[in-house]
Design a protein around this ligand. Structure first.
Ligand code: AMP
Ligand code: MG
Length: 407
């Protein structure tokens, strides 16, 4: 593909997804205790070890009853005893009888509902029930959440707090997860110096490597910072080669058309197959995606906001896929525009903005920023306003897409 050829944002995303799917990735696995597994990708299907709930479970404190007995209240029932959560009531609730029951306790045999304690009056063993109770009321039926053997989590699912709670519920500990992909991060540019170094007035600190490391970790990868490659073809090529030891290589800078932008050439010399080299995006037009010796490579633009945004759009789902998860590109939220805007760039634009609730609606307003180098603007933002090529004129109050800013 010619360096000058640009494809749309959606086309680029499709290409990344297709190429990753075609690569038939099969990451290795490891076994972790649940306490270690947050953010990891499940490598096995997980089934319910028994019915959930395991028994007809009371969800209110009250009296286990036969609903037929209390269909025409008020009714007085005879109290047989009580069953607390963690206990089992040995007897059976017969006609005209009830058992005091607490939330989380198994419904005694014979009973089919729970009358709430708030709707009952107790006089010794005589329980007055004031309200009608439907069969099954205040009870979650055994097996209604999952039956024994049913799959409750599929392989490839990311383990967040809710999923880990579910694994704990079904006793799935330890758990088999995919090994996280390693992601090499290589900054390029003669003007770029390490953060620890005092820059000359014409130099800038390597902010991209730090931001990308955080993004890689959040995406489920293990970042490996390779330092800064100068704008010299041979050194750059050697450092790229080192980066190809990782599962994925991220380069920043050097992908434009300038005289010293050597990333494309260095990759080509190493035998890269290029899938695209330009995307109709702002920021982020020069954006390289390809494969060298079996390893995927992104050449991200060097401007820090471009690097940040293009990572989120393309590298984040790619890292998830390399790590055994399904390919899930960013989902845009919808919000109302605070102020009108116009654009005729023909690009998909991502602009730092703030999303706030106003009178119950999400409302998005642009923050002031100086373009794709402006991390101050990004820091002031909590999202990016997404403007699609077709959206040339938008009025205040229109619904628009918003990309939440990752933490
Ligand atoms: P380039 O894509 O190499 O033309 O770089 C575009 C802009 O991004 C230039 O102003 C660079 O100085 C800046 N830049 C490139 N790499 C980095 C980096 N690692 N950290 C911060 N800024 C960078
Ligand atoms: Mg450069």
């Amino acid at each position: 593909m010619d360096a000058g050829v640009m494809i749309s944002f959606e086309q680029a995303l499709n290409i990344v997804e297709e190429k990753l799917a075609a690569a038939n990735l099969n990451p290795t696995t490891e076994v972790l205790a649940l306490g270690e597994a947050c953010g990891r990708i499940l490598a096995e299907d997980v089934a319910a070890d028994r019915d959930y709930p395991p028994f007809h479970r009371a969800i209110r404190d009250g009296f286990a009853v036969r609903a037929a007995d209390v269909s025409a209240p008020p009714t007085v029932l005879h109290l047989l005893g009580e069953v607390r959560a963690g206990e089992n009531f040995a007897g059976t609730v017969g006609a005209g009888e009830c058992v005091y029951i607490t939330t989380g306790a198994p419904l005694p045999a014979g009973a089919d509902a729970v009358a709430m304690v708030e709707h009952a009056e107790r006089h010794g063993d005589a329980i007055g029930i004031q309200r009608a109770v439907r069969p099954g009321e205040n009870v979650v039926q055994q097996g209604s959440e999952a039956t024994a053997g049913a799959r409750v989590l599929p392989r490839g699912r990311r383990l967040g707090a809710g999923e880990l709670g579910l694994l704990a519920t079904v006793g799935k500990s330890p758990v088999t997860v995919f090994v996280r992909p390693t992601v090499a991060i290589l900054s390029t540019g003669d003007e770029v110096v390490p953060v620890e170094q005092r820059p000359e007035w014409f130099q800038i600190r390597n902010s991209n490597a730090i931001a990308l490391s955080a993004q890689v970790a959040a995406a489920g990868g293990i970042p490996r910072r390779l330092g800064i490659a100068p704008d010299r073809l041979e050194t750059l090529r050697a450092m790229i080669q080192e980066g190809l030891n990782a599962d994925l290589l991220l380069l920043s800078g050097g992908v434009s058309m300038g005289k010293y932008d050597f990333v494309g050439r260095a990759l080509a010399e190493l035998g890269a197959e290029f899938y695209f080299q330009g995307v109709a995006l702002r920021p982020g037009k020069p954006l390289v995606f390809g494969r060298v010796g079996g390893k995927f490579v992104f050449g991200l633009p060097g401007n820090p906001v471009s690097t940040f945004v293009t990572f989120e759009l393309f590298a984040r789902p790619a890292i998830a896929a390399l790590g055994g998860a399904s390919f899930e590109p960013a989902v845009f939220l919808r919000a109302r525009l605070a102020r009108p805007f116009q654009q005729k760039t023909g690009l998909t634009a991502f602009m730092p903005a703030r999303l706030e609730r106003q009178s119950g609606d999400p409302v998005v307003s642009l923050v002031g920023w100086q373009g794709s180098g402006d991390l101050v603007g990004v820091a002031a933002a909590n999202c990016f306003l997404v403007v699609h090529p077709s959206e040339t004129n938008r009025a205040a109050g229109d619904w628009v897409d918003v990309l939440p800013k990752p933490s």
